[in-house]
Design a protein around this ligand. Structure first.
Ligand SMILES: [Zn+2]
Ligand SMILES: [Zn+2]
Length: 262
């Protein structure tokens, strides 16, 4: 598998970080994991051919994970070659995804695919399950806790390699279970360190101490910190340095355009 970070950022618009989004090249084709604002352009810049991606997996429906669905569907409908060659797109997401897309289509009727077969929406109940099994590739979801959102962590297994993506989550059993034994764990780290956080932060996101706790229990082989706020990265103690000190596995900081092979 080849992971390309399309967006390592958040709701905070930053020139060097698009909102959340990832491209995963597997042996059965390319996947998008979330598609926040700015990620579609990052995909093109990274050499990903977005028209050829036929599966989009949504962790939850916050705008910083979904906004580029609009330009994606618009391009699939009207952009010049190679876009007319695009096959059917499947969007997997939590309960509410069908209503969400219908609301988007009523705001922008022009992005609704002309033919029903061009878009398949798979709405997933909030339970741990495998959702795809194609040749050597399988994909599954594990519910996580993220405020009042229906939210998932995703796991993708290809040829015995396991990638886990946290989506957005607070510290909960779901994310500990999801990360279990991952070869590569792409984990949000958007909360201030314990003791200096805004009070609401740890109810919806992970601090570096939370990431440490998850990794110590779930034993991933490597972790990439993502969903990054600059003021959090600048905090003392520094999340990246602190985690590197505490964990015995490689700890990376996501940057847009970075590629990881596994
Ligand atoms: Zn969120
Ligand atoms: Zn987010």
């Amino acid at each position: 598998m080849k992971l390309t970070i399309l967006g390592s950022g958040t709701v905070d618009p930053q020139p060097h970080r698009a909102s959340s989004g990832y491209h995963l090249q597997t042996s059965v084709g390319g996947f998008f994991l979330d598609l926040g604002s700015g990620t579609l352009r990052r995909a093109v810049a990274a050499g990903v051919q977005p028209h050829a991606v036929e599966k989009l997996f949504l962790s939850h429906l916050h705008p910083d994970h979904t906004a580029d669905i609009v330009p994606l569907l618009f391009a699939r409908k009207y952009a010049p070659a190679p876009w007319p060659q695009a096959g059917s797109l499947s969007i997997y997401g939590p309960q509410g995804t069908v209503d969400f897309l219908n609301a988007v289509f009523s705001a922008w009727p022009s992005i609704k695919p002309a033919e029903e077969a061009a878009l398949r929406v798979i709405e997933l109940p909030l339970e741990e399950q495998q959702i795809l099994d194609e040749d050597s590739v399988s994909v599954g979801v594990v519910p996580v806790e993220h405020g009042d959102m229906n939210a998932f962590a995703y796991w993708v297994k290809d040829d015995e390699k396991l990638l886990v993506y946290s989506g957005d989550t607070r510290l909960c059993n779901g994310i500990k279970n999801a990360a279990w034994g991952a070869d590569l764990f792409v984990c949000e780290c958007s909360c201030f360190p314990r003791g200096c956080e805004p009070l609401h932060c740890r109810e919806v996101h992970l601090s570096w101490e939370d990431v440490a706790e998850i990794c110590e229990q779930a034993n991933p082989l490597a972790v990439i910190l993502t969903h990054l706020y600059e003021p959090v990265l600048a905090a003392t103690p520094n999340p990246l340095d602190s985690l590197k000190q505490r964990l015995e596995i490689p700890v990376y900081l996501a940057a847009d355009g970075d590629v990881y092979e596994l």
